[in-house]
Design a binder for this molecule. Structure first.
Ligand code: AMP
Length: 195
């Protein structure tokens, strides 16, 4: 199963990706998580990405495509993967197409979690409050002002990725404002019979 989850930050992609990794036994490839790990480890990529991520803007296509190319080549991704937060620009989507084609691989589906953007800021404020209450670190970019910059980046650069997959007949959508259980059921109904 090779799957892409699409939708703005805060749409619930990470929650669903985590669940699907267990269901299918394939890894979740989150460029956001990988970049945060690089920042934490102080790698050259992390040093380059940190300020951009803190501002809510997008890291360069070159960096994230490089990260994904390396990650897809690892043994645990051999039987499939769930992309979460990648691709975020049409250029990244095109590079992913070329990368998969060079390996003779196909995507099974791109699933868009459709959400009401006006309600996302509230969701992210909750996510930050819940993390804090649980004693977990709060993401710097879950600050409401930075989050607005992330949403702007989504509508400016990432929204155009959806038609890219629609044109290939791979796009499906699910109501991301429904409960987690309903979103899960919607995704499972799409994926049943695939992979
Ligand atoms: P996320 O956890 O997916 O919301 O990503 C957190 C931040 O990492 C984003 O706001 C971007 O700065 C950066 N990032 C993650 N994935 C990508 C990507 N595919 N392209 C560019 N920047 C990314």
């Amino acid at each position: 199963m090779r799957l892409i989850l699409l939708g703005p930050p805060g749409a619930g992609k990470g929650t669903q990706a985590t669940r699907l990794t267990e269901k299918y036994g394939i890894p979740q490839l989150s460029t956001g998580d990988m970049l945060r790990a690089a920042v934490k480890a102080g790698t050259p990529i992390g040093l380059k990405a940190k300020a951009v991520m803190d501002s809510g803007a997008l890291v360069s296509d070159e960096i994230v495509v490089g990260i994904i190319a390396d990650r897809i080549a690892e043994p645990d991704a051999k039987n499939g993967f769930i992309l979460d937060g990648f691709p975020r620009t049409v250029k990244q989507a095109e590079e992913l197409d070329a990368l998969l084609a060079s390996k003779g691989l196909d995507l099974d589906a791109a699933i868009e979690l459709k959400v009401d953007a006006a309600k996302l800021v509230g969701r992210i404020v909750n996510r930050a409050a819940e993390a804090k209450a649980a004693g977990q670190p709060v993401r710097k970019d879950d600050d409401p002002d930075v989050f607005k910059t992330r949403l702007d980046a989504y509508f400016r650069d990432t929204a155009a990725v959806t038609p890219h997959y629609a044109a290939k007949g791979l796009l499906h959508d699910v109501d991301g404002m429904a409960s987690i259980a309903e979103v899960s059921a919607g995704i499972d109904a799409i994926l049943d019979g695939k992979g």
